[in-house]
Design a protein around this ligand. Sequence first.
Ligand SMILES: Cc1cc2nc3c(=O)[nH]c(=O)nc-3n(C[C@H](O)[C@H](O)[C@H](O)COP(=O)(O)O)c2cc1C
Ligand SMILES: O=C(O)C(=O)c1ccccc1
Length: 378
Amino acid sequence: MSKKQDTLMKHIDGETHFPYRFENVEKKAQEVLPKEAFDYIQSGAGREETLSNNRTSLEQVKIVPRMLQNVGNIDLSVKLFGNTYKQPVFLAPIGMQKLAHPEAELATVRAAKKHGVPMIVSTASTFSLEEIAKEVPDHPLWYQIYWNERHPDVSINMAVRAEQAGYDAIVVTVDTVLIGWRERDLENQFSPLKAGYGLANFKNDEAFMSHLDGTDDDTIVRGIVENFAHPTLNWKDIEKIKKATGLPVIVKGILDPEDARFALEHGVDGIIVSNHGGRQLDGVIGSAEALPTIVEEINGQIPVLFDGGIRRGADVVKALALGADAVLVGRPFMYGLAIDGENGVSNVLEHLLSDLHVSAGLAGSPDVRTLKALKTRK
Ligand SMILES: Cc1cc2nc3c(=O)[nH]c(=O)nc-3n(C[C@H](O)[C@H](O)[C@H](O)COP(=O)(O)O)c2cc1C
Ligand SMILES: O=C(O)C(=O)c1ccccc1
């Protein structure tokens, strides 16, 4: 019996009582979280059309499985930017994790390490990028940057700090030039930045502090709020980040193939097809609908990652069959964190990865290459 089959038996024997269905994980998180925190995590912008398009576009994809492929030995490891990762699943950058649990990113990253899942640490993390790296020596981490247009040296310095702390790659999020119109947050009068959680990477940053008039929390928060609007962001800024370190630079939030071509032309090392989990512009194409057009344009020249609506193993199979090299998962691990800290994230990952293992096997795909070769229909 394979290791994962053992896991399946353990689940059937009822050794774990954490919910299996994503819908029940979400429901449990809603029970334990204050309303404004749950709404902030779950909601999308506007009428939440983009949010629902993410799920609809994935649900429209149908896998055509292969038979008699010998899936006795399933190995879903993937090589990206010269590093080998245990499976093609990453934790999406999510800021403000103290909203879900006091141990926040430290709990998340310990669970991620347990399952060999790399974590993308957000600029808005509630522990500093160095504290998170120290928690899990030798575990792969990427660092996500929100461009500080008023003081570019702050963003450049953070990229350098990430390189010094041993991070493998820099992700630049490009779909947040303005923060989305999130009606549920507005109705709750909720602003995560003003709640003061996003300080960790800024408070002791020399470049950031050098631009402030004071060192009190109010002044710091004002500086941080300013950091999160960057309407002038453009491809020249991406080149600046690229020059700052020796790390690969990955652009997150690409949906139009022409932008994918620009990314190639500006020497970007990878892209993430994403609409920010439906939290930015409403009425936007579902990520899974955009994915094949980007894959076609990139044509294997650089890795293409994907996020938006990944909830189960079959969703990962679909994204890879559509041509993604790996996926990011967002809200599910935040719900796990809210329910039971490290243990909750660990359960969410264990279930998702076991489901992925079973799903890949049933699709006749013992590895990432064969997953990517699967056919799909709409
Ligand atoms: C509560 C929350 C906070 C987020 N914070 C960030 C962030 O700091 N940086 C970023 O690039 N994306 C952020 N995102 C977007 C995620 O990285 C990711 O694109 C999205 O959640 C993927 O969709 P999914 O939640 O359906 O898996 C955030 C998403 C959520 C739900
Ligand atoms: O909420 C978000 O989606 C997000 O990206 C963000 C923005 C500012 C601070 C923290 C997270």
